[in-house]
Design a protein around this ligand. Sequence first.
Ligand code: 5GP
Ligand code: MG
Length: 184
Amino acid sequence: MTNDHFSMNILISEDNIRERVKELVEEIISDFVYNETTIVAALKGSFVFLADIIREFHRKGSELIVEFIDVSSYSGTTVSQGNPLIREFKRPSVCGRNVLLVDDILDTGHTLSKCKTILENEHPMVLKTCVFLVKDVKRLVDITPDYFGFTIEDKFVVGYGLDYDGKFRELPYIAEIEEISTSI
Ligand code: 5GP
Ligand code: MG
């Protein structure tokens, strides 16, 4: 599959994602036996995964509060910048709450770890982490998510909310992207 300047290699299909999201939410719910779960999603990449899991939580009868943290670590590159920038939206403290921190992908570990620290400092009752993808790389920060959808090799991927310079978030699958050299 090709785009004008990129070649796409689908790694995880739409059907596989749908099945895995169902299983994953079942797994989370069997641990989250509290009245109300607060999901805090790290923007922007997690928004499609978030939209799918929250509706799955609802189908299974769970009540949620959904909040956001805005993090940016890449800007038009395919290499993690290492020092994620956090812009906090005004949101209620998670003090005393049962919290699930959700992100799109775990790479170096900086982003998840920084977001986790922010929430930990607010003293939630429970704090667990969930990422859609885990990259099979040596982390720069030692963090293991409590829940994850899929493990992938160390490749730059797009789709299902993940972008390259704002593009490709709308793809319903996860694809590896490669820039096509146009020089002759
Ligand atoms: P980390 O801080 O763990 O290095 O990177 C996590 C963040 O970098 C993720 O929240 C995501 O926004 C971005 N990221 C890491 N790997 C990829 C990738 O393969 N594709 C895209 N589009 N974003 C990625
Ligand atoms: Mg992100």
